[in-house]
Ligand binder design. Structure first.
Ligand SMILES: Nc1ncnc2c1ncn2[C@@H]1O[C@H](COP(=O)(O)OP(=O)(O)OP(=O)(O)O)[C@@H](O)[C@H]1O
Ligand SMILES: [Mg+2]
Ligand SMILES: [Zn+2]
Length: 492
């Protein structure tokens, strides 16, 4: 256990005697210590060795919970002369100056959450050595994440969370159902979900940590947090996020009073599991979305695209309205085109008559395995119908799907219209104007789909991507075809 005062209790002898014995670790090199022990009498060795071992163990523990900085301007955080362990890189250290908001806008795996919890730890009074941070023992702190589970599982209990960076002796109680962490110096830290901004109304704080702010479904949570930052001489907020082009992110990024630090995934490559890094590379390297996910660029709209980031943000909801019916739409993989995937969308029609995009994925596998997975997903999500596009190799899909569930209702639709003609009315459903509010919604975030939507212009010859296609099929079926008596083509 880490105890700030090294008292007699820990070693069973007086503090002064222990200090006298352990001082040799501070004064002499390891070789000199070994030499002295060799020359000591057996009785003396019997006393001193257990004390030194306890002290060494304690020092190891101290290092484990220590977020160190060095004085090199461009340091990769790996051990070097004068620093025998991995440590914070300069971009992970809170900036100098009188900032109210520090936004760490960085790629996936950069070490954002670690910076958030280390900064919170320093505010809480448990790392007085972290530069540019006021130590506030006994303060009130708020942690806001996309969901309550994110705050609890990532920011507190995760591998980079507060419980991993605080020495165990600093923790008085952790109430995981309430999301309340009380430290031994009476600092109180409370977890909040950005899905429930109303819970932030009322409580007051000295400091706040917002993790993955770009993925908050209700940005009002930000305003509520800011109202609540009323304690202390100067409240502070750290925002740790991979960006998305949301209004809030763009707004904070352009404000003069916000200090923005920027970083890429690869800066932290040495601290990431090779498999995780490979997966990020496989998914994003060389793609437009990779600019956002790996290099933390804020993507701008493609001129002429049928959807814009603002339209999609305006349509976004945290959950669907009461569901009237739910369907699964498939855009089959076209074996002829390299890299073409099998697009899958689960969408619902709410009692309010609005369409809701709940799940959107792209699969690459054998057709047989994808058919089995489609049926499984339809069952898991309670879809009554599977809608399949028959063009582009989709002819065989209904028969394959029936192999896994002969009773499933399958509507196969034939794309008679051009892709753009199909996509245009669907894009209008998302538009959020005063006179015509959105009637189609994204439920939560779908980064790959949103990237496809905000880049598709429908120009002749432009290939429409699979996620977009299956989404368009789903909403065409729910919001257009179903207004007629029967779908375009039904084969049972
Ligand atoms: N300077 C550093 N030295 C050693 N380890 C580090 C450093 N910075 C981050 N790490 C470690 O790298 C790993 C990833 O960090 P973290 O979870 O904070 O990244 P993240 O950017 O929040 O990732 P994600 O995008 O997945 O949310 C963690 O194990 C963390 O402790
Ligand atoms: Mg994180
Ligand atoms: Zn260094």
């Amino acid at each position: 256990m880490h105890t700030p005062s090294r008292n007699g209790g820990r070693y069973g002898r007086t503090a002064a005697a222990v200090a006298g014995l352990t001082a040799i670790l501070d004064v002499y090199t390891p070789d000199e210590v070994r030499d002295r022990l060799r020359r000591a009498t057996p009785e003396h060795r019997k006393i001193i060795v257990p004390v030194l071992l306890t002290e060494l163990k304690q020092r190891e523990e101290d290092v484990k919970y220590d977020w160190r900085t060095c004085d090199r301007d461009a340091c990769d955080g790996l051990p070097h002369e004068g620093m025998n362990r991995r440590h914070a890189r300069p971009s992970q250290i809170p900036p100098i100056g009188d900032w109210l908001i520090w936004m760490l806008r960085a790629g996936r795996g950069f070490g954002k959450t670690r910076c958030g919890s280390e900064t919170a730890k320093a505010w809480a009074g448990y790392n007085p050595n972290l530069p540019n941070v006021e130590s506030m023992p006994g303060s009130r702190g708020a942690i806001v994440a996309p969901t309550f589970a994110d705050a609890r599982d990532t920011c507190i209990e995760g591998e980079s969370g507060l419980l991993s960076v605080l020495p165990p002796s600093a923790v008085k109680t952790w109430n995981r159902s309430m999301g309340e962490l009380i430290l031994t110096n009476e600092t109180r830290i409370k977890c909040f979900s950005a899905e429930e901004p109303e819970r932030l109304r009322g409580p007051q704080f000295h400091w706040g940590w917002c993790d993955e702010l770009a993925a908050w479904t209700r940005p009002e949570a930000w305003d509520q947090l800011m109202f609540g930052l009323r304690l202390g001489s100067q409240p502070k907020v750290v925002v740790t996020t991979t960006p998305k082009p949301t209004k809030l992110v763009r707004d904070l990024d352009s404000r003069e009073t916000v200090h923005v630090t920027h970083g890429s995934t690869f800066e932290n490559a040495a601290n990431l599991a090779p498999a995780a890094l490979d997966e990020l590379r496989r998914r994003y390297e060389g793609t437009r979305l990779g600019e956002q996910e790996l290099f933390a660029k804020i993507l701008t709209d493609t001129p002429g695209a049928l959807w814009t980031a603002d339209v999609l943000s305006g349509s976004r909801v945290a959950e669907a309205a009461r569901v009237n019916r739910r369907i699964l739409a498939v855009d089959p993989a076209d074996g002829d085109e390299k890299g073409d995937g099998y697009g899958v969308t689960v969408a619902s029609l709410g009692e309010d008559g609005h369409g809701y995009i709940e799940i959107n994925e792209e699969w690459h596998n054998s057709v047989d395995q994808m058919a089995a997975a489609t049926i499984e997903l339809a069952h898991d999500t309670g879809c009554g119908v599977i809608v399949v596009e028959k063009n582009h190799g989709g002819k065989w899909i209904p028969a394959l799907l029936r192999k896994y569930d002969p009773k499933m209702k399958i509507d196969d639709v034939w794309a008679a219209d051009g892709k753009t003609t199909r996509a245009e009315p669907i894009s209008a459903f998302f538009a959020n104007r005063d006179d015509f509010p959105a009637t189609a919604h994204l439920v939560g975030y779908h980064p790959e789909l949103e990237d496809q939507l905000t880049n598709y212009t429908g120009k002749p010859g432009e290939k429409s991507p699979d996620r977009l296609d299956s989404m368009v099929w789903a909403l065409t079926y729910l919001m257009l075809s179903q207004r007629k008596e029967r779908p375009k083509l039904v084969c049972v």
